[in-house]
Design a protein around this ligand. Structure first.
Ligand code: AMP
Length: 326
C-alpha cells in the first residue's frame, strides 16, 4: 500500500505539503468544524486530532465547538471547555467541513496566527491562509485521509474509525454521489487498520423503538406537493410528544429517498433554541442548493439545509422547490 497515489494527491500536492509544514511548525493546534455537527464534522475533527497526536506527541490539540445532543458522547468525545487564555499564544487553526465563517462552531478561530480550511462544500468565502477544497469527494473525512495517507505516517485504528464514520455518514453508507472507487480505496485503508465494522455501524445507526413511533407518525402525516416535493413538519408539540430533539426529528428525512414520483424531500423541524424551523433538504438529481441559500441556508447540490422563521413561510418555500421540478 506504500505506493498508493491518488489523482487528488497529485492535484493538491502543494496544499498537502503546506498543511504538513504548518502542523509541524505549531505546538498549539485548534480544530474547528461547523455548528450542528454531523458524522463528518465530528469524525473528521476527532480523526485528525488522533492522527496528529499519534505522529507528533508533543502537540497541544483542542477540538472546539458545540456538542451534539446524541452523537456525543455516544460516538465521539464531548468537547471540553477551552479558556480564552489558551488562545493568547500563537496557534494553528484547522477549520474542517465548513465553507463560511458564519457556521464555524467557535468564533475564536479569528485569533489564530495561521489558518487552514479543509472542506468538501462548494466554495463560499476565503477563511484560511491555506484553502484545501475539493467537491469531488463524499466527505471532508475522505479528503483528509487522502491527504494524510500521502504523508506515509502512522494511521492508528482509533483515528481510522473516526474517519470511517465521517465517510459513511456523508456518503449515506457509500450510496450518494460522488461515491466512487476513490471513496472505496480510502475506506479500504481505514478498514485495514482492523476496527470492528459491526460495532461502528451499530454505534452510528442503532435506533430506539420510539423511533418507529415517530416514523409511523411521519408516514401518516407527510405532504406531497403538486410536482413531487415530499415534506413533513415536526413542531415543538410533536417533538415533546415523542421526546425527541430537533436533530433526531430531522434525521428521518431520508424515509422518502427512492420513492417513485418524489424528486425532492425535506424534514421541517422546530428549533426552540434558534427560534426557527430547521429544514433538511435532499434530492436525487435536482440542484437544491440555490433554493437552500435563498432560505437562509446552503449546502450541496443534493443535500442542503435551510431555515424558516415560521410556518407562514412554508408554502412559498415548497413552491420554490416545486418550481425546480417543473
Ligand atoms: P443537514 O440537512 O443538516 O444534514 O445538512 C445537509 C448539508 O447542508 C450539510 O452539508 C450542511 O453542512 C449543510 N447545511 C445545513 N444547514 C445549513 C445552513 N443553515 N447553512 C448552510 N449550510 C447548511
Amino acid at each position: 500500500m506504500n505506493d498508493f497515489i491518488t489523482p487528488f494527491q497529485k492535484a493538491h500536492l502543494k496544499e498537502y505539503k503546506a498543511v504538513l509544514n504548518a502542523i509541524r511548525e505549531y505546538k498549539k493546534i485548534a480544530i474547528f468544524r461547523h455548528i450542528h455537527p454531523d458524522f463528518d464534522a465530528l469524525g473528521s475533527a476527532y480523526g485528525l486530532k488522533e492522527w496528529i497526536h499519534a505522529n507528533f506527541m508533543d502537540k497541544d490539540i483542542k477540538v472546539l465547538g458545540d456538542n451534539h445532543d446524541d452523537l456525543t458522547p455516544r460516538l465521539y468525545p464531548k468537547t471540553n471547555t477551552v479558556p480564552n487564555s489558551w488562545f493568547m499564544e500563537p496557534f494553528l487553526a484547522i477549520i474542517l467541513d465548513t465553507p463560511n465563517k458564519r457556521r464555524i462552531a467557535d468564533p475564536r478561530y479569528v485569533h489564530a496566527e495561521f489558518t487552514i480550511k479543509i472542506d468538501h462544500h462548494p466554495f463560499i468565502e476565503g477563511i484560511g491562509d491555506i484553502e484545501l477544497i475539493n467537491h469531488q469527494v463524499t466527505s471532508t473525512a475522505e479528503l483528509l485521509v487522502d491527504m494524510l495517507l500521502s504523508y506515509k505516517m502512522k494511521l492508528s485504528q482509533k483515528a481510522a474509525r473516526y474517519f470511517y464514520t465521517g465517510i459513511v455518514g456523508d456518503s449515506g453508507r457509500f450510496e450518494y454521489t460522488p461515491t466512487n472507487s476513490h471513496t472505496f480505496e480510502i475506506a479500504d485503508h481505514l478498514v485495514s487498520t482492523g476496527f470492528d465494522l459491526n460495532e461502528v455501524y451499530r454505534a452510528m445507526y442503532l435506533r430506539e423503538q420510539n423511533d418507529l413511533t415517530v416514523i409511523s407518525y411521519i408516514l401518516s402525516h407527510y405532504q406531497l406537493s403538486k410536482h413531487g416535493v415530499a415534506y413533513f413538519v415536526l413542531t415543538k408539540k410533536e417533538l415533546a410528544k415523542f421526546h425527541i430533539t430537533t436533530n433526531q426529528g430531522k434525521d428521518h428525512v431520508n424515509l422518502f429517498h427512492y420513492v417513485n414520483g418524489i424528486h425532492i424531500w425535506c424534514a421541517i423541524t422546530e428549533d426552540l433554541k434558534e427560534k426557527c424551523f430547521r429544514v433538511s433538504l435532499r434530492s436525487e438529481t435536482i440542484d437544491i442548493s440555490k433554493v437552500a441559500s435563498k432560505w437562509r441556508g446552503g449546502g450541496h447540490k443534493n443535500a442542503s439545509g435551510a431555515k424558516l422563521t415560521s410556518l407562514s413561510e412554508l408554502d412559498d418555500f415548497i413552491n420554490d422547490l416545486d418550481q425546480l421540478i417543473r
